[in-house]
Design a binder for this molecule. Structure first.
Ligand SMILES: [Zn+2]
Length: 404
């Protein structure tokens, strides 16, 4: 089990579409050429110490009309690429020679200034700046106040021909949770236990998206016999669209879940899916593949969004979480529908609910907040609640099929 430490530096990225003029496009092009040259030089150099670095920098500066910082950026960026390539080679791993595929410029924070909500990126000092008013982007507005009063810093940005990606940095203090909520990810739903409330988010929409694109892909593959180029183009287009729709859905879902935790001052317990070979309760190969991908992606988003808000996150081993009775520890056998029955105490309960109950208990058992011991009902009221949830008023919320 790992736990986020009490304070941490967290990065959050935002993408903004841009419509660059000729000049900016040429700049991106020139930077790309510069970076390629730098990469070649570093790869071909027998050694690349401070001396060689300075020589290369001076040589490149002669024909560089833009801010000189970009040359340093290019050298740093390419050094990083070459280093990781050489590291792989050293370990005997297969590694292809680094190449520059995408055209983009990394802009250091020293080249960016903020005047109120207006961002200025220095391309040529005193001559050319790229200006963006952050107030024009509703999804950045909530961040703007924190940015203006210095709680959030701009850590640099990536400039692409069609968009910029801003990296915001914040030093986050994790709050001391009053309780922990657990999350169980299944093929058709995500179940969340938060205090006395169970939320069940319907995720069949995700399955339908994947399924629809899978069928499209199969049809396109037939085209490939007579037009390979066209079919490849279409495949790329459709997987991009599929990815966008899925990511959009998962983002919204993660926002909802993290918000529940934040509002209730609860920490989050996630299943540690690493090293788990068996799929998530889906039988077919296709289901297994997508459910695993979705689950991991959702967890990644939850953790990332939680961190940003200072919500602590822990992981527990989910092994047998829907097979062991949360009330007595007995073995469960499947009944009709999604019900499970305990062979020892007779409890009959929904399997997703059982899973979140177990995750909640196991998570708290190992967490530092637990002082009174596992038997203490204060931190673990669910052994009783599983049986008596009606009486004590445990609420179930079913979240409908629409994207959250
Ligand atoms: Zn039992």
């Amino acid at each position: 089990m790992r736990r986020s430490s009490s304070s941490e530096s967290v990065i959050k990225a935002y993408s903004i579409p841009i419509h660059p003029d000729e000049f900016l496009l040429k700049f991106i092009e020139d930077y790309h050429e510069l970076a390629k040259t730098v990469l070649e030089e570093i790869l071909n150099a027998e050694r690349f110490t401070k001396v060689e670095r300075k020589q290369l920098r001076d040589k490149l500066l002669e024909e560089w009309e833009y801010a000189s910082h970009y040359i340093d950026s290019a050298i740093n960026q390419m050094l990083g690429l070459v280093k990781s390539y050489k590291r792989k080679l050293k370990k005997g791993k297969k590694a292809s020679k680094p190449r520059l595929r995408k055209k983009f410029v990394y802009v250091k924070s020293t080249l960016i200034t903020l005047n109120g909500p207006v961002l200025s990126v220095r391309i040529i000092a005193g001559k050319y700046y790229l200006r963006i008013n952050l107030e024009d982007y509703p999804y950045i507005r909530p961040l703007l106040r924190e940015l203006l009063d210095g709680r959030v810093k701009l850590a640099g940005l990536f400039l692409f021909p069609d968009r910029i990606v801003l990296n915001f940095k914040k030093s986050v203090e994790y709050f001391e949770p009053v309780d922990w909520m657990s999350i169980d990810v299944n093929l058709t739903n995500v179940t969340v236990l938060a205090g006395l409330t169970v939320y069940r988010f319907d995720t069949r929409e995700l399955y339908h998206i994947h399924r629809a694109y899978e069928l499209k892909r199969r049809r396109i593959q037939r085209i490939s016999k007579w037009n390979k180029k066209l079919s490849e183009e279409l495949l790329r287009k459709y997987s991009r669209r599929e990815g966008n729709r899925v990511r959009d859905f998962l983002h919204k879902l993660a926002n909802k879940i993290v918000w529940i935790a934040y509002r209730n001052r609860m920490g989050i317990i996630l299943e540690n899916l690493r090293g788990i070979k068996e799929g998530l309760k889906g039988s077919k190969e296709f289901n297994r593949k997508i459910s695993k991908w979705n689950a991991r992606e959702l967890q990644r988003l939850i953790e990332y969004k939680a961190k940003w808000l200072g919500v602590p996150v822990i992981y527990v081993n989910p092994r047998n979480s829907s097979k062991v009775c949360p009330a007595c520890g007995g073995w469960l056998i499947p009944q009709e529908g999604r019900l499970m029955k305990c062979l020892k105490c007779g409890l009959v309960e929904d399997r997703d609910f059982i899973a979140v109950l177990n995750l909640r208990m196991w998570g708290v058992r190992g967490s530092p907040e637990r002082v009174g011991g596992f038997k203490s009902m204060k931190t673990n009221p669910y052994g009783v609640m599983a049986v008596e949830k009606q009486r004590i008023g445990l609420k179930f919320y079913k979240i409908p099929l629409k994207p959250p």
